[in-house]
Design a protein around this ligand. Structure first.
Ligand code: G3P
Ligand code: MG
Length: 242
C-alpha cells in the first residue's frame, strides 16, 4: 500500500505564496511538507501546465479559459502579482518544471488531473506520459474528480496508484473504486463522517480529505481515521501533526 503523508500541501503553500506556482512549492518544502498536491490541465495546444481554475482571471493577469489559450500566450502571463508584488513575475509552471523542482527539493506529490470538459482522456494521457518521462522519484498518487481521467491513468500508467475525488462521496463509490482499482477515496472534509471513513477503510482503501485549514477539524478527522489531509497551511498543521 502506498505511503501517503498525513499533511499534504494543497497547491503548495497558497496562503504564503501564489497557489500552484514554483514559489508555492518551494514554500511548501520550507514549511516541512513531504508532499504537495497540484492540479494539471492542458493548454489549447495540448501542453500540460499547473493550474487550478478553468479561467485565467483569478490567479493571473490574463483572462479567458486556459483550455482556449496557447502555451506561448500563457507564458507571458504573471501568475504571482495578483497575490502580492513580492511574487510579480512568477509563471504558470509546466508539469516538467514542477517535477524537476520536486526532485531537487525531495518532495513527493499528488497529481490531480483537472481536465477541461471533453478533454478528460487527452489530459490524463498527456499528463501521465509527461510525468512518466520526467520523474524518477518515489511513486506518486494520481487523482481526479473525472472517472474518465482515472480510467485513462489506469491504462497508461497502471503502476502508479490512483484515487477518485468526490465532493460528497457518491453512493456508487465502491463499485467505481473496484473498477478503477484505486487506492484512495478523496472527499470534501465537510461531507465526511466517521461511518463513511470506516466503510472506505473496510474496502482496504485510504481516505483523503480537502481542504483542511483548522487544527481542531484536523484532529477530529484524524480521530475518525482519515489518512491524509490537503491543507493550505501545511506548516501550521505540521506543527500540531508532525
Ligand atoms: O485533490 C484535493 C483537492 O485539490 C481537490 O479540490 O478544487 O482544490 O482541486 P481542488
Ligand atoms: Mg486540486
Amino acid at each position: 500500500m502506498i505511503q501517503i503523508p498525513r499533511i499534504i500541501a494543497h497547491r503548495g503553500s497558497p496562503k504564503a505564496a501564489p497557489e500552484n506556482t514554483l514559489a508555492s512549492f518551494r514554500q511548501a518544502a520550507r514549511d516541512g511538507a513531504a508532499w504537495v498536491e497540484f492540479d494539471v490541465v492542458l493548454t489549447a495546444d495540448g501542453r500540460p501546465v499547473i493550474f487550478h481554475d478553468d479561467a485565467l482571471d483569478r490567479t493571473t493577469d490574463g483572462a479567458g479559459l486556459i483550455a482556449d489559450t496557447p502555451f506561448d500566450v500563457l507564458r507571458n502571463l504573471d501568475a504571482g502579482a495578483w497575490f502580492s508584488r513580492a511574487f510579480a513575475g512568477e509563471l504558470i509552471p509546466t508539469l516538467e518544471e514542477a517535477l524537476e523542482l520536486f526532485a531537487e527539493l525531495g518532495l513527493g506529490f499528488n497529481m490531480e488531473i483537472k481536465p477541461a470538459a471533453g478533454r478528460e482522456q487527452e489530459t490524463a494521457e498527456v499528463a501521465l506520459a509527461t510525468a512518466r518521462a520526467s520523474w524518477n522519484g518515489p511513486v506518486p498518487l494520481i487523482s481526479s474528480f473525472s472517472r474518465i481521467a482515472v480510467a485513462t491513468a489506469k491504462e497508461v500508467q497502471p503502476g502508479w496508484p490512483r484515487g477518485i475525488l468526490f465532493d460528497h462521496i457518491a453512493e456508487d463509490w465502491r463499485e467505481a473504486a473496484d473498477k478503477l482499482e484505486v487506492v484512495s477515496i478523496g472527499a470534501n472534509h465537510r461531507h465526511l463522517s466517521r461511518e463513511i471513513v470506516a466503510a472506505v477503510h473496510a474496502s482496504a482503501r485510504k481516505v483523503t480529505a480537502y481542504t483542511v485549514n483548522d487544527a481542531a477539524r484536523a484532529s477530529l478527522l484524524f480521530s475518525w481515521g482519515v489518512d491524509a489531509l490537503f491543507s493550505d497551511i501545511p506548516g501550521t498543521l505540521l506543527k500540531t501533526f508532525p
